[in-house]
Write a protein that binds this ligand. Sequence first.
Ligand code: F6P
Length: 532
Amino acid sequence: MITWNLLKEKHKDIQDRAINSLFDDTRAQSFSIDALDMLFDYSKTNIDDDVRDLLLDLAQPVVAKRAAMFAGEKINDTEKRAVLHTALRNIGGDPIVVDGENVMPDVEATFERMVQFSETVRDGSFKGQGGPITDVVNIGIGGSDLGPAMAVLALAPYHSGPRCHFVSNVDGAHIADTLRDLNPETTLIIVASKTFTTIETITNAKAARDWMARSVENPGTQFVALSSALDKTADFGIAEERVFGFEDWVGGRYSVWGPIGLSLMIAIGGEQFRSFLSGAKSMDDHFRTADFAENMPVMLALVGLWHNQICGYASRGVMPYEQRLSRLPAYLQQLEMESNGKRVGMDGAELPYHSGPIVWGEPGTNGQHAFYQLIHQGTRVIPVEFLVAAQGHEPDLAYQHQLLMANCFAQSEALMNGRDFETAQNLMAQKRFTGEELTRQANHRVFPGNRPSTTLVYPKLTPSMLGKLIALYEHRVFVEGAILGINSFDQWGVELGKELAVALQPIVQGDKTATDKDGSTQQLIKFIQAHS
Ligand code: F6P
């Protein structure tokens, strides 16, 4: 705890210091990391050399834990599982041994089967009852939805296969609206569920099968399963040749790299998917080998810990200035909050500090016209992470891309520099305000500034770059978890609600009474029963 306390002391001393006063000729460069064609700039934060040194001290537990993860040790120790999503992007790489067995031959064989299958869907040789597949519907939730849904949207310029759709919510509206305009005879349904027990997914999959059965003679032939529960996929009636399995050492929210990414592979093709994997692999290598001060995931995590655990800023805004990354915040919410939203450490004892932050965001510039007001002038400080590409994919719309980048940089500048009272007063005086009214009007136009942000710039959102970005965030979560001493790979906090929902369903249906429920729950049930 010594380093934590030193950091807290240090924060007390410097909390009112102006971030912009830290800039000299070297700050921007020395508080940035330029690696793998990306520039991570954290100079617009209140971190100085002393703070960074202390933060780097905090990172010491990462060394052993990182080695254990890559070596296939069972670091997810409440579930007794290894954590090896990195193996899925190690295609053509070194052996990786779990329980005495090299897992790479199986990983590579499954990858090759995915490539072959997706090619048959893309080239039209795999047919539905009505001919080549025009639409693919991925039915999954959480990690079996957010990764592929985010990546398919992100890589729209690389699509060259059938259209992909995603259904996750058990709300019947989701599947009904998705299937409404599709032709069942040319639709492929992918049921994505690691456990194949998730009630939302299984219910939606059954609804899709009923929909298809109304016009397709053998609907099962247009179904694919992605799962690690092969007995259950067989029970559902999906033939083995269309089941793509993976091991329990791939966590749901880390699974886009393997079979769960099949919809993405169908959309962009095997070659581009390979490049997505190799981008991620290059980030793995960087994470394993770069010195911590130059290690992007490590520094990204340390900046996050500084803001959350030391400065006490409870939330973190992620603002991609990239419309195609509009699902990135939702993806990161699962990745970060399901991983590091824990209350106890590895030893089961309550944490002496807060765990992971609340993560949220929207693409710029849309967010600017919605909630940025609060980030600039609200009473709470919200550190923001900006992301922007140097180039878009629309050469004819280069001016729009320039506007996008200018807006992104303007926001971080405004957050840091703000606008003082004197400037605001001068502005209002030019508008002919005087006396008390001038002061009042000027006060409304003051921006306190000194609000931290980081910016990640990259050349273009290619498949390889997306792979790097996602792997960067995965390792950031890992580093934060290792320093906080928590298990980032289980998710017990989602269980209670699931159990209660199963018990409540017959009550909602009217088959059982709710007498053992609290007064509020009873009242809510009475209301919906009266109105349904
Ligand atoms: O409810 C949480 C969760 O278990 C996530 O961790 C997971 O990504 C999601 O549900 C879906 O699980 P499955 O892929 O087993 O259907």
